[in-house]
Design a protein around this ligand. Structure first.
Ligand SMILES: [Zn+2]
Length: 264
């Protein structure tokens, strides 16, 4: 969702960038550090050497701009910081890091955490709900992640909690978390809605028939989850998404300004 805060004056932004460039030059992260942090991740391995350099720089800038906080005394090692930041910047490699300006803090739990939420039904009755989560994203932050699930990314086909939660933050930059992030000029919003709705209906039909699904059935929770799960699958298992719903894959290529299949 759009931030209510006004952007800082240009001169501050220039100063911020200059200071960040200086901090960036002082960091010494070796190729081995990156390899230990991300070397087992298929999405990272797919990028060329040059693209990995862009990813490294974006990840370090993200670490300079955001606060990573461990809960219950959880120590966040440098390797974990690099891993999370490296995964987090993948969705914005073609968009720019300022797409994450709406949040500042990332909170890390050791394992799944219990979230308490209240919601109001159509009759105005407020319901309390408690559920175990592997991740959560709020409109102006924080991002909340379970470290165990971060480490599990790439163990299950198409699953990546970091990309999932960060996709929610992109979605929230439009009017609300509704499965429709702000589209770039030249993108067709009507075609986006039509093709994602058709994919939703197809997924619901396949789930009901008990067929093998191209994306996690959690996508059917609501349109926001649908977009987040599509985004995970787009980066983690692009072929399965492209073969199930080529038009949806094409919309995500246009939105993310990346084509994961062209890299394989
Ligand atoms: Zn979600």
């Amino acid at each position: 969702m759009k931030s209510a805060q006004r952007p800082p004056p240009r001169v501050w932004r220039r100063l911020g960038t200059w200071r960040e460039d200086r901090q960036l030059r002082r960091l010494s992260i070796s190729a081995g550090d990156w390899q230990r942090a991300l070397g087992d991740w298929s999405v990272y391995r797919r990028y060329s050497e040059l693209e990995r350099c862009w990813l490294h720089e974006a990840a370090l800038r993200l670490l300079l701009r955001k606060h990573f906080v461990g809960v219950d005394g959880l120590e966040i090692s440098d390797a974990i910081r690099l891993r999370i930041a490296g995964m987090a910047v993948v969705p914005v490699l073609g968009l720019g890091l300022d797409w994450y300006d709406g949040w500042q803090t990332l909170i890390l739990y050791d394992g799944p955490f219990v979230a308490n939420h209240s919601w109001q039904d159509e009759y105005g009755i407020v319901h309390q709900e408690t559920s175990e989560r592997s991740g959560e994203a709020w409109e102006h932050g924080p991002i909340v992640l379970s470290l165990r699930d971060v480490l599990d990314a790439d163990q299950h086909d198409g699953y990546n909690v970091v990309i999932h939660e960060l996709a929610h933050t992109l979605d929230m930059r439009s009017a609300s978390a509704n499965g429709a992030p702000p589209l770039h000029s030249g993108m067709d919003a009507v075609a986006w809605k039509r093709d994602l709705s058709a994919a939703w209906d197809d997924l619901a039909r396949r789930a009901e028939l008990g067929e093998r699904l191209p994306v996690d059935s959690y996508a059917l929770e609501d349109p926001a989850e649908f977009f987040a799960v599509l985004s995970e699958t787009f980066f983690e298992s692009p072929r399965s998404l492209q073969s199930a719903w080529p038009a949806v894959y094409g919309h995500l290529v246009a939105f993310y300004r990346q084509d994961p299949l062209a890299l394989t």
